[in-house]
Design a protein around this ligand. Structure first.
Ligand SMILES: [Mg+2]
Length: 308
């Protein structure tokens, strides 16, 4: 179980770094750069905002032995590095909170008062999926609350909850039909229900990448990327195949890679992640890279066992 906790966090970083240099490339462009999946290798170990924010979620859950919104928002602000490619909404939310606004109020004011439904809450959610893997109601509650710091829109929060629950199922060793069945029961929003139905259909017919992108999406909206990450995990038989496939779809490659890496790392454990990829991961600014992320996984597991 400890290896699965570490696997989900390292998996986030490895998936993020795998897609980082290809963010915004179309599927055809990615494939012309990569030249097919057999020879595909992780180019750089540099991760982006996805991993940086995931660390903030983990740190806060560990220090508080559970959720504390103000503390988590403060961690996001302390860890913020402008060179990691943050989205404009998250940047603005963190700026406002750092000026003294309440984390409960800020995200509501963004995007014309509707809030963001981007995948920025889902991309960082792995620690929530792990910490509450054995309690679906609590997992949903904390996924929503932790998303709220930057993503107010219901579809942004539901996407994060769906991603967290997929990680929880993966930690418990659930895959294939069983996972789809449980996801369907968990989802509340009609948009995501429809996406999971499409996911099932493309899984059944072994769809082309083009069909996957048109049915599930490869963009920055949570509903156009979380189902794609779940699909990338479900169709593959290894961590490597899942992440390579996710990135090969193009679009929001770092985040779809990070989310696929989180679910796959939770399922296969740290041992399932190619060693050379893990070793390539940067040690990061202020030594908060590979070894630190591994340590966060261990600590999260230790605290989980302690409070259970
Ligand atoms: Mg990113």
């Amino acid at each position: 179980m400890k290896s699965k906790f570490i696997g989900a966090l390292i998996g986030t970083a490895v998936g993020d770094a795998s897609g980082a240099l290809l963010e915004g490339y179309s599927m055809d462009e990615v494939n012309s750069v990569k030249g097919g999946s057999d020879t595909w290798e992780m180019i750089s170990g540099r991760y982006t905002d996805d991993t940086e924010m995931m660390k903030g979620v983990a740190e806060s859950l560990i220090e508080n032995k559970g959720f504390n919104g103000e503390h988590m928002a403060t961690r996001f602000i302390e860890n913020y590095d402008p060179r990691r490619g943050y989205g404009p909404g998250t940047r603005e939310a963190l700026r406002r909170i750092s000026k003294g606004e309440s984390w409960k109020e800020t995200s509501k004011k963004l995007f014309g008062g509707k809030g963001s439904y981007g995948n920025g809450a889902a991309m960082r959610i792995a620690p929530v999926g792990l910490f509450y893997y054995d309690d679906a109601d609590k997992l949903r509650e904390i996924a929503y609350k932790s998303s709220h710091i930057t993503h107010y829109h219901e579809l942004g929060k539901e996407g994060a909850a769906l991603q967290a629950f997929s990680i929880a199922l993966a930690v418990s060793g659930t895959k294939k039909e069983d996972m789809l069945l449980k996801l369907k029961r968990f989802i509340k929003s009609e948009i995501y229900k429809e996406k999971v139905r499409k996911l099932e259909a493309v899984l059944d017919k072994e769809a082309t990448k083009k069909e996957v992108n048109s049915e599930l999406g490869n963009g920055e909206a949570a509903f156009n990327s979380v189902p794609t990450a779940i699909y990338s995990f479900l169709r593959a038989d290894s961590f490597k195949d899942a992440v390579v496939y996710a990135v090969s779809l193009g679009g929001d490659t770092d985040t779809i890679g990070a989310m696929t890496g989180a679910i796959s790392g939770a399922y296969y454990g740290e041992g399932g992640i190619p060693k050379r990829w893990e070793e390539k991961l940067e040690e990061g600014k202020g030594k908060k890279g590979r070894s630190y992320i591994r340590w966060l996984g261990e600590e999260l597991y230790r605290v989980k066992v302690f409070i259970s």
